[in-house]
Design a protein around this ligand. Structure first.
Ligand code: SF4
Length: 251
């Protein structure tokens, strides 16, 4: 695909306009503004697949491909790898996989054990730090903006997610969350109507999918993140990829 986008918007113009746009238009405007340096995070869960669907559509319209990335912690489900291959085939956008620093992981495991993350919030955050935050920093290096599938409804820790933010935690780049206001029903309705391929574990009761040892199916009525780090209290259930209270909300 040719990267032939015409940069019609400056980032400041984009920030002013972003909040008024619906998800599809916002994704297209984001790609038009930031071009091939734009990063798109994907965990391959339903929200991220809807975002990938919108990104692929915008990419075809504009003739420009952003960089889609997946953080491979080394502890993902086999179904996630299978779904990554399916998503690449369906949308024609390569998924760049970022791995943790092997020395950092070796050091962590020697100190804490292979499942040390179950012992305390601190040890769990150390594992997420080594396996996710290091690779995220490399995935975002040099990026002017990134796109995520974050939604406010997902958990108490995400209740203040904005459609467009300045991501101070990652050096002040623009962070776009097109589905911030969508409900779970909105996500699955759009996916069904648009024939978006979904991760096999959703059908097995997993609304949110992360690392295999830290993710399980939820019971009816539980919130979407209840199956993530289920041994911790809800206010701790973040891995540090999306810290709240640091970003400056602009819409
Ligand atoms: S989700 Fe679990 S296994 Fe994955 S990086 Fe965090 S603590 Fe480690």
């Amino acid at each position: 695909m040719m990267n032939s986008v015409t940069m019609t918007n400056s980032p400041s113009t984009f920030l002013a306009r972003g909040r008024a746009l619906e998800p599809a238009a916002l994704v297209e405007e984001t790609l038009r503004t930031f071009g091939p340096d734009l990063r798109v995070a994907t965990s391959l869960g339903a929200e991220d697949m809807v975002v990938l669907h919108l990104v692929a559509r915008a990419s075809r319209t504009l003739g420009v491909a952003p960089r889609v990335f997946l953080l491979d912690t080394g502890r993902l489900h086999q179904e996630t790898y299978d779904h990554a291959a399916r998503a690449e085939e369906r949308y024609g956008l390569p998924i760049e996989v970022f791995f943790p620093d092997p020395l950092a992981v070796e050091s962590l495991v020697r100190k804490s054990g292979v499942n040390g993350f179950r012992r305390s919030v601190e040890e769990r955050k150390a594992c997420c730090g080594a396996r996710k935050l290091g690779p995220l920093a490399r995935a975002l290096a040099g990026a002017p903006a990134w796109v995520t599938g974050l939604r406010r409804e997902q958990s108490p820790t995400r209740a203040d997610v904005a459609t467009v933010e300045i991501d101070e935690a990652n050096g002040g780049l623009v962070k776009v969350n097109p589905l911030a206001s969508w409900t779970t029903a909105d996500v699955f309705r759009f996916a069904a109507e648009s024939d978006v391929p979904l991760h096999a574990l959703h059908a097995a009761g997993y609304p949110s999918i992360g690392c295999a040892p830290c993710t399980r199916a939820v019971q009816p009525g539980e919130d979407a993140r209840a199956g993530r780090w289920w041994w911790e209290s809800p206010e701790h259930k973040e891995c540090g990829l999306h810290p709240r209270g640091i970003g400056r909300v602009v819409s």
